[in-house]
Design a protein around this ligand. Structure first.
Ligand code: GLA
Length: 727
């Protein structure tokens, strides 16, 4: 049983295969957090201490007992008004203008399967794979009800949290903060690990210690953003890839978010995560409900890689949906870096022909096929095929591509609108604009108000007109700016604070509808590369273009950071032209492929410019990718080196769970004279089994503890794939 209620101790205990999470209803009906960590039995309330702490208030319920204070005790779902001065997860303004609420325990329910969230992405599982705990809380004065939702997937070591807030009273309340998760740690010195970046350089790993005060990251850009990823870890000071305690928190949400780790006056650490409280307000009238986006938590007692592999498996199998989640993704070629806007149907067909002859399976026509769109200043919103530019209908182009034995895909940016477009001229009020002001442009475009059903319906209809007629196997859903000037022309003033969240709900509704209408169409997410790379989007698009930076050497860092929370099957990665268009760097063709293979794999270049030798190499690379596909996409992933540190090599490994096969990829970051040699210790093999590496035999223990002796790099950015099979 994953969830146990102990009537005597009034505890709820959630067990996964290797972890335990415990809460307790105390004598006053407050819900205290007791423990999260390595699997254990017992009631953990003996860890709590009670003392008269100056300036930490006491609830009236405790009479004259000054030793009870919620400013000190670990809480499960802290709100203002109970004497806790730390950061709450739920905050609100009541009808009388007062702030906060006082939630007390009402009851619970345990059921098989995993709860769903209305309109939001959530981890899903079959009845026998998961259990749900609902804890009912209520404010006696205002009648506000909160249902705390917990999902337990024992086999994956995953625990999810969300909350449903319901206003049962006649009076309105205004939510000003509604986050899903809070973990109070009674003790421990932590590092917080987060992933920051910018356009074309996403998810750089950063490790800092949690000191007194708060460490806060988040996004106010309307999307989860390039700047900070909605995934954070708390780790032991000494935790490494293979040892030490760490906790992961991944938010299934693609809009504004905030994650904060704060050490308090008694050296306790509180971690909270959820929607960003800035740019947020949600009005609840009588009977109305708010659902907080879900946080997916994983604890590992054995370092980061164990945690990452739990996430990889759970995201792949219980977040991603649809037919492609476990299917081999087609090797694609995308024309963007090959042509940018400068193409015709014939030119694309030529590209496709060359690519098909090399074994590429899917041709993707990127930006520029619709409306008036020969550069990025116009046309967004006019989703009519530019048949003049293509020289044929879309369906004819699709047929020609299909006749080459390839699949066919196209690019869309449904959420945006150019001021120079017929759609904008007809409906300027559909773009986010604050009344009386001129909206900020981003890439010379504005954002459509996707919180509005009529706006979404129009775009949806325009898209289906195109997609119903042509046989489209793949769609790239892009979004190329941050959202500003948020104002919904059809909502009253008191509801304007809801628009950023309603936008995200609108986006999810749209993607859900699209996925259901075209279940055989593979959808790849994108936002100027990886500006919306989060577990929420992965519920709708089973892969996401990882970064607009296609330089293989830069990608080492980007893909390293991405690997902490997201599986390789989600990472869009392509081989691009040389010198690289973003950095001008020259990297050998095979090394560009080695890096792209740690992803969905494809090409983003003009094949006509390639030499015969390179075309031959493409065939070999594709054959190699197909050969190793299972171990790459379904195996465990091991970061053998830290890409954030300068070293002579970057290395990573994929290994099947049963240890029968592994693939070790290595890229030399620089050539060294008189190279001292590098031995890399492998992981995930069986100690006592014999493995074959390049025809030589080695015991698994030798490769893991002695290491694999790497070949010496003879040219800059040389790379190797070592295939390792059990004999
Ligand atoms: C974004 C994407 C690119 C490409 C362009 C097209 O930058 O990330 O891959 O699709 O838009 O305009």
């Amino acid at each position: 049983m994953g969830i146990i209620y102990n009537e005597k101790a009034k505890t709820f205990t959630l067990h996964t295969q290797n972890t335990t999470y415990q809460m307790q209803i105390d004598a006053y009906g407050f819900l205290l957090h007791l423990y999260y960590g390595r699997k254990t039995d017992g009631v953990m309330d003996y860890l709590l201490t009670y003392a008269d702490r100056g300036f930490s208030g006491n609830p009236q319920d405790t009479g004259n007992d000054r030793t009870y204070s919620l400013d000190v005790l670990p809480q499960e779902f802290p709100c203002r008004l109970t004497g806790d001065f730390r950061s709450p997860v739920l905050d609100l303004v009541n009808a009388d203008g007062s702030f906060g609420c006082d939630l007390r325990y009402q009851g619970y329910e345990i059921c098989d399967g995993k709860y769903n969230l209305k309109g939001l992405p959530a981890v899903y599982a079959a009845e026998e794979e998961a259990q749900t705990l609902i804890i009912y809380m209520k404010d006696q004065v205002t009648g506000l009800q909160v249902e705390l939702l917990y999902g337990v997937l024992p086999e994956y070591d995953v625990i999810t949290r969300s909350a449903k807030v319901i206003n049962t009273e006649e009076d309105k309340i205004r939510l000003t903060k509604a986050q899903a998760a809070c973990i109070d740690f009674l003790h421990g010195e932590f590092d917080v690990i987060s992933f920051y970046g910018r356009h074309a350089m996403e998810r750089n790993m950063q490790r800092t210690s949690v000191g007194h005060g708060a460490f806060v990251i988040g996004s106010r850009r309307g999307t989860s953003s390039h700047q900070y990823n909605p995934f954070v870890m708390l780790a032991d000071k000494n935790a490494t890839e293979t040892s030490g305690e760490c906790y992961g928190f991944s938010l299934l949400y693609s809009g504004n978010f905030l994650a904060a780790a704060e050490k308090d006056q008694f050296d306790q650490t509180r971690l909270i995560m959820g929607i960003h409280p800035e740019n947020f307000e949600f009005l609840l009238k009588e009977g109305e409900t708010f659902w907080a986006p879900e946080v997916m938590m994983v604890y590992s007692a054995d370092g980061f890689e164990k945690m990452s592999n739990c996430y990889h498996k759970a995201v792949r199998e219980h977040v991603c949906r649809g037919r492609f989640k476990l299917e081999r993704r087609p090797v694609l070629i995308n024309n963007w870096e090959g042509t940018y806007f400068d193409f015709t149907g014939d030119k694309l067909l030529e590209m496709a022909k060359e690519a098909a002859s090399c074994g590429v399976e899917l041709f993707v026509m990127d930006d520029g096929w619709f409306g008036k769109r020969d550069d990025d200043n116009s046309g967004l919103g006019d989703w009519q095929v530019n048949e003049k530019k293509l020289g044929c209908t879309l369906s004819e182009l699709a047929d020609r591509i299909h006749n080459l034995g390839m699949k066919f895909g196209i690019w869309y940016e449904p959420e945006c609108i150019s001021e120079d477009s017929d759609l904008y001229r007809a409906h300027p009020d559909w773009a986010f604009t604050v009344p009386g002001r001129r909206p900020t442009r981003g890439r010379n475009q504005l954002v459509l108000d996707f919180s509005r059903e009529d706006v979404r319906n129009h775009i949806f209809d325009e898209m289906t007109k195109v997609l119903d007629k042509a046989d489209v196997d793949y769609l790239k859903w892009d979004f190329n700016r941050s959202i500003s000037d948020i104002y919904c022309a059809v909502l009253p003033a008191e509801r304007q604070g809801e628009v950023p969240h309603r936008y995200v709900l609108g986006l999810y509704e749209f993607l859900d509808r699209l996925g259901k209408r075209y279940p055989d169409m593979l959808i790849e997410g994108c936002s100027g590369g990886g500006g919306r790379f989060d577990a929420g989007m992965l519920h709708y698009t089973s892969q996401i273009w990882c970064s607009d930076d296609t330089d293989a050497i830069e990608r080492l860092k980007i893909q390293y950071g991405t690997s902490f929370a997201y599986p390789v099957s989600a990472v869009g990665s392509h081989v691009s032209a040389c010198p690289n268009h973003q950095t001008g760097r020259i990297v050998p063709f095979e090394s560009r492929a080695t890096v792209a293979m740690a992803g969905t794999f494809g090409y983003e270049l003009g094949p006509a410019k390639l030499s015969e030798e390179e075309k031959q190499q493409i065939q070999e690379q594709i054959a190699e990718f197909k050969k190793y596909y299972d171990v790459i996409h379904f195996g465990n992933y091991y970061r053998l080196t830290n890409a954030m540190e300068e070293g002579p090599y970057a290395a990573w490994e994929f290994a099947k769970e049963d240890g029968s096969e592994a693939l070790v990829s290595v890229v030399a970051s620089r050539v060294r004279t008189n190279d001292p040699g590098v031995r890399i210790k492998l992981r995930g093999l069986k100690e006592n089994q014999i493995y074959l590496v390049n025809g030589e035999e080695y015991p698994g223990g030798a490769l893991m503890h002695g290491g694999l002796l790497l070949e010496e790099a003879k040219k800059e950015y040389q790379s190797w794939n070592y295939h390792i099979v059990m004999k």
